[in-house]
Design a protein around this ligand. Structure first.
Ligand code: HEC
Length: 321
């Protein structure tokens, strides 16, 4: 689409693109007035017009390759409300309120093999839902501004699923660096999934004895890529937790059977994304558990075999927070 570079996101948030598109078709004075309204009443923005939210995307997708900025077949442009209403060489293509007399509607409802059918490449005719949307819009006076809520019976286009939430930056550009770290520390950094932005898992299970506080410190340059750290049975202690504090994308941390203490736990307070923390068989007690309240995303904590489990609840315990 010509007006907005945010095409990929348009399907998830159609109103962003729509506002932009509507505004870009308006005269400067109107545009300023429109912005003033937005500034004083931000709620008005949440209600896009039916034209911008439903009709314009259909024309953009199926028609503007031939009726847009680059080509204007029949001298017709369908890339803005004004251009659409200006019509073609031979006159208007939309008669507000009169679907049957609207040349555009006639063209999109012809049979596939009719030589006048639009789009004229013939293969990708508009769907029944798309035709219905245009029909309802013309019948309701082909307005640029009537809100979506005026068209309760209109079909709702199926939205593309939202893109996956990135858990970490793409690790691929740093593959060589990661391999070097693996070699230097003897630790493994493995992709969590095939999605490049799903992050890396720090694995130590094959040789936990090799992972200590110094090794964690060395990982600092690639720490943003790590979303899970399996440190069970390693030599990590409270000093190592200080290094972990800057691992901003860490979501899961397993400290089972390590030397960490309640005093050391306060260091991981900055881990705002940490959801899961395993403290099984550590020296953590109640004072350590109370510090975990600082972690806003924390959902699961394991305290089997700790003093906290003994004093508060008989084990086994899986605390919710
Ligand atoms: C592959 C190119 C192509 C595409 C895509 C295309 N058109 Fe056309 N369109 C043409 C050509 C060529 C003409 C002129 C010949 C004709 O009138 O059939 C035309 C003419 C028209 C006319 C008649 C204008 C007049 O003279 O009154 C309308 C209305 C129209 N197109 C609407 C559409 C709509 C709506 C779409 C999208 C659903 C669309 N077109 C997609 C090529 C295209």
């Amino acid at each position: 689409m010509r007006f907005s570079p945010k095409v990929g996101r348009a399907s998830a948030r159609p109103w962003c693109e729509s506002d932009f598109r509507a505004k870009s078709g308006l005269k400067p004075a109107l545009l300023l007035a429109g912005l003033a309204v937005f500034a004083s009443a931000p709620a008005a923005r949440a209600e896009p017009s039916f034209y911008t939210a439903r009709v314009a995307p259909i024309l953009d997708r199926s028609c503007t390759v031939c009726h847009g900025a680059e080509k204007q077949k029949a001298k017709l442009r369908l890339d803005s409300f004004e251009n659409l209403m200006r019509g073609a060489e031979s006159g208007a293509v939309i008669k507000p309120g009169d679907t049957k007399a609207s040349e555009l509607y006639r063209r999109i409802t012809l049979k596939r093999d009719d030589e006048d059918v639009m789009p004229s490449d013939g293969k990708l005719l508009l769907s029944a839902d798309e035709i219905k949307i245009i029909e309802l819009w013309i019948a309701a006076d082909a307005s640029a501004t009537k809100p979506l809520t005026d068209f309760p019976t209109a079909p709702v286009p199926k939205l593309a699923p939202p893109p996956p939430v990135p858990l970490a930056p793409d690790w691929h550009p740093r593959a060589a660096e990661i391999a070097a770290f693996e070699k230097a520390t003897g630790l493994r950094l493995t992709p969590r999934s095939q999605v490049a932005t799903d992050g890396l898992v720090l694995r130590t299970a094959s040789a936990p004895g090799r992972c200590d506080d110094a090794a964690l410190k060395k990982l600092a340059p690639v720490a943003a890529l790590i979303v899970e750290a399996e440190l069970a049975r390693t030599k990590v202690s409270d000093a190592g937790l200080k290094s972990l504090a800057s691992w901003q994308n860490l979501r899961a941390l397993d400290l089972t059977r390590t030397a960490v203490t309640s005093a050391g736990l306060s260091a991981i307070g900055p881990l705002k994304k940490l959801e899961s923390l395993n403290l099984t068989d550590t020296a953590i007690d109640e004072s350590g558990v109370s510090q975990l309240k600082a972690l806003p995303a924390l959902k699961r904590v394991w305290l089997f075999g700790t003093k906290a489990a003994e004093t508060e609840n008989p084990r086994p315990k899986q605390s919710a927070n």
